[in-house]
Design a protein around this ligand. Structure first.
Ligand code: UDP
Ligand code: MG
Length: 297
């Protein structure tokens, strides 16, 4: 029998995790010809999330959990899950039902009949999302696709079902600055996209503030593009030329300030990449597991 592994990152999800458990059980009943391995990653929750995970593991040994020593972020949770699971097919899914588990049935069907390596999902609507969030994410995709080596589909979710070979390829990339949407594209393989309408959270609140999303998008750009570095190089060259011309003509104070600001911007871009290198070079672990379901067997 083939095994389907499902990775579910959770951070303070006591309001949603039981709803997920019920929904996932229904989906597993529909796919009786497969074995399942559901792995909850507790990303340093400080509510009752971990206790729920323990209860589900006791009730049903298809449910497992890993609990981090603190909050390492969803990307670290995905990586930990990918390292842990053993399935022939592997899915990543949010716990709040915004990645509807029932779609797995169709995704599996497509994966088995078409000559492809993974089925990915994207939202065709952004209803329920604030205007500023939609505006920023639309423009993020526009920028990253213009300047980076990978093309990221607008509205793409992390929710996808992959064959083992693709999972192994992603695991070969052990970088600290992780941006999964880019990594999925970078490894290649054949992808089939399915679309679905945006779904509201089953409970609780989003864990991403606008500030976090902003830094996450910078992470995406710096992980897959060095064009900002070239841009700063070109800007500095242009500045120098203008400066030389200015010496011969009138020397305006405001222009001087503008140049200074642009120079600082270039140093900032350089510094940002340097800080990313600094993190990589230290080779710290991407996550630390405090306890896991197997510890108690
Ligand atoms: N999540 C996580 N660690 C974090 C933030 C989020 O594991 O630091 C999980 C969260 O529990 C959920 C998924 O990642 O299962 C998506 O988070 P959320 O629903 O808050 O994001 P949104 O859907 O609003 O983009
Ligand atoms: Mg969500």
């Amino acid at each position: 029998m083939e095994t389907i592994s499902i990775i579910v990152p959770c951070f303070n999800e006591q309001e949603t995790i039981s709803i997920f458990f019920d929904e996932m059980n229904k989906v597993m009943n529909k796919l009786q010809n497969y074995q399942f391995e559901i792995v909850f990653i507790d990303d340093g929750s400080n509510d009752n999330t971990l206790n729920y995970m323990k209860t589900f593991h006791q009730k049903d040994n298809r449910y497992h959990y890993l609990s981090f020593s603190r909050n390492f972020g969803k990307e670290a949770a995905i990586y930990a899950g990918l390292q842990y699971v053993k399935g022939d097919y592997v899915a990543i899914m949010d716990v709040d039902l915004q990645d509807p588990p029932v779609l797995l049935v169709d995704m599996l069907q497509i994966l088995k009949t078409e000559n492809i390596d993974n089925v990915a999902t994207k939202r065709c609507t952004r209803t329920g999302e604030t205007f500023i969030r939609s505006f920023l994410s639309r423009n993020f995709y526009r920028v990253i696709n213009k300047i980076s080596s990978v093309q990221i589909v607008n509205g793409a979710r992390d929710f996808r079902l992959m064959k083992r070979a693709m999972v192994d390829a992603i695991l070969m990339m052990s970088e600290r600055n992780r941006f999964s949407k880019g990594l999925f594209e970078w490894v290649g393989f054949k992808t089939y996209w399915i679309e679905f309408e945006n779904v509201q959270r089953s409970g609780g609140q989003t864990k991403w503030s606008l500030k976090q999303l902003f830094f996450y998008s910078l992470e995406g750009i710096s992980s897959f593009s060095v064009q900002p570095l070239f841009l700063s190089f070109i800007l500095c060259g242009l500045l120098f030329l203008v400066f030389v011309v200015c010496i011969f003509y009138s020397f305006s104070l405001s222009l001087f300030f503008l140049f200074n600001a642009l120079q600082l911007l270039c140093i900032g871009i350089l510094g940002y990449y340097l800080s990313k290198m600094y993190i990589e070079i230290k080779h710290r672990p991407i996550y630390i597991v405090k306890e896991r379901s197997e510890d108690h067997e």
